[in-house]
Ligand binder design. Structure first.
Ligand code: UDX
Length: 472
């Protein structure tokens, strides 16, 4: 059932007695911290909870522990207004909240493709034990289908039965770099509730979003559905996006052998409104904290449910994506004229500048980042790798300590035999090929994101190779 924001359920009084439900966000990683800050901005009283003392101290001091445009200022404003605070106490969180959003991580299990639900279990059990009045627990984390029912059982086991604590599900769809807008101006809200009371309270918990939309003359579509569908929406959406990216990268593979140009092919495809041009950018592929792990966990869950065959294509989507990284290594070796042994190319003695470490621009996130993975592969092939990224240096150094890190783009490129652009930061897209040509040892460049103006680089004397395009 799809409801416009105007069809409001009958109002209920939040269990705390406050006029608007008090909200808590459990887990202040990327998801929870952004939501906590944005919902305070929307006027709610909010607590952000985490077991990580360091994170909570930072947030309490007004420091966002990751890079997200617009969030720092919003955090400080709402701390100062007294609407927002952070804690490591389950008791304080339970005493305060009417609606508790579970925003903890669900990483890939160390032993296989499935999702690790340890943090969901710990947060729900602990919260439930500390509750002393009725409350609504809402799952936001990306989880295998069936988790919401299991969370209900956990709540039944750990919360006092007379409190009649309820569970609902409402997945999130935020993209790093656009997270503030994605939370405050979502393109849809998906809710799964089992009772009138939880539906009404969850609506009140989103009213700030609906009111903002009304002032901007927009509507936020609401999809009210069952637990299983709500859980599936998120992984289905991410599977679709991953498939779209791998589709265009598969076409790039064909272009490479057939002599076509993937950027022109993608442009021509994208004009068909049924296809659309978004997520059709070919390059070194997708990474980050969501897409790779979500398509793997989805396959594992479908297998458990006996529908493994239906998602077999996602395995291929993953393989296409990982092949792009190898392809950059091969292009680099080809440009440097290196021989391929049984273990791959030998790049010893070559100095390579890697521009980009994060999984996409305007983020400092290096989780499963293709750029950093390629930097590691180049180093393992024997190259002296010098990485530069505008925002991701600290995280990259922790994740891949075995390469060199340069202080600037120019420092990374200085004396390089080859340059690889692997994240499409504006600084790299707009770099001056003439100036960089003066400091590099060789004018050889791999455009791993199809983001450079090939003609300009060629005019400056560079040999450019891009994934899915002819040599320039
Ligand atoms: C994604 C989903 O978009 C978001 O809805 C969900 O809530 C979380 O996962 P995010 O991880 O922030 O968000 O990244 P996204 O912008 O989707 O990009 C994912 C990866 O795909 C990046 O590595 C990006 O470089 C790559 N990508 C994206 C391409 O290679 N080509 C494209 O055309 C688009």
């Amino acid at each position: 059932m799809t409801l416009p924001y105007a069809s409001q359920p009958a109002p209920v009084t939040p269990p705390s007695g406050a006029a608007r439900p008090r909200l808590t966000f459990i887990g202040t990683g990327y998801l929870g911290a952004t939501y906590a800050i944005c919902y305070a901005e929307l006027g709610y009283e909010v607590i952000g909870f985490d077991v990580d003392v360091d994170k909570i101290e930072k947030l309490s001091k007004g420091e966002v522990p990751f890079h997200e445009p617009g969030l720092d200022e919003m955090l400080r404003r709402n701390l100062a207004a007294g609407r927002l605070r952070f804690t490591t106490s389950y008791q304080e969180t339970a005493d305060f909240g009417d609606v508790h959003f579970i925003c903890v991580g669900t990483p890939q299990r160390a032993s296989g493709l499935g999702a690790d639900l340890t943090y969901v279990e710990a947060s729900v059990s602990n919260l439930a034990q500390h509750l002393s009045r009725k409350a609504l627990i809402v799952g936001k984390s990306t989880v295998p289908v069936g988790t919401a029912e299991w969370v209900e059982q956990l709540v039944a086991k750990h919360a006092r039965p007379e409190l009649a604590v309820e569970v609902a599900w409402s997945p999130e769809f935020l993209q790093e770099g656009f997270a503030v807008d994605d939370v405050m101006r979502p393109n849809r809200i998906v809710v799964a509730t089992k009772t009138e009371w939880s539906n009404s309270l969850l609506h009140a918990a989103h009213k700030g979003v609906f009111d903002l939309a009304a002032t901007e003359d927009r509507e936020v579509p609401v999809v009210s559905t069952d637990f299983a569908t709500a859980e599936l929406v998120k992984v289905a959406a991410n599977s679709f996006l991953a498939t779209k990216i791998s589709f265009i990268n598969a076409m790039a593979e064909v272009c490479e052998v057939a002599g076509g140009d993937i950027t022109q092919l993608a442009r021509a495809l994208g004009y068909d409104p049924r296809i659309g041009n978004r997520f059709l950018q070919s390059g070194v592929g997708f990474g980050g904290g969501c897409l790779p792990k979500d398509i793997r966990a989805f396959q594992a869950r479908a297998q458990e449910l006996g529908a493994g065959e239906a998602l077999r294509f996602l395995h291929e989507v993953d393989l296409i994506n990982l092949r792009r990284r190898q392809r950059v290594l091969n292009l680099a070796a080809g440009l440097l004229g290196r021989k391929f042994g049984p273990a791959g190319p030998d790049l010893s003695g070559a100095r390579i500048a890697v521009l980009g470490a994060t999984f996409k621009p305007n983020s400092d996130d290096v989780r499963d980042a293709p750029a950093l993975a390629v930097a590691g592969m180049l180093a393992r092939a024997g190259a002296a790798v010098h990485v530069y990224d505008p925002q991701g240096m600290e995280n990259a150094k922790r994740a891949l300590p075995e390469v060199e890190y340069a202080k600037s783009m120019v420092d990374a490129v200085a004396d390089a035999d080859l340059v690889c652009v692997l994240t499409e930061w504006a600084e790299f897209r707009n770099a001056d090929p003439v100036a960089l040509g003066e400091v590099a040892a060789n004018k050889l460049i791999v455009d791993g994101r199809n983001c450079l103006d090939a003609t300009a680089w060629k005019s400056a004397g560079w040999t450019l190779r891009a994934l899915g395009r002819p040599t320039v």
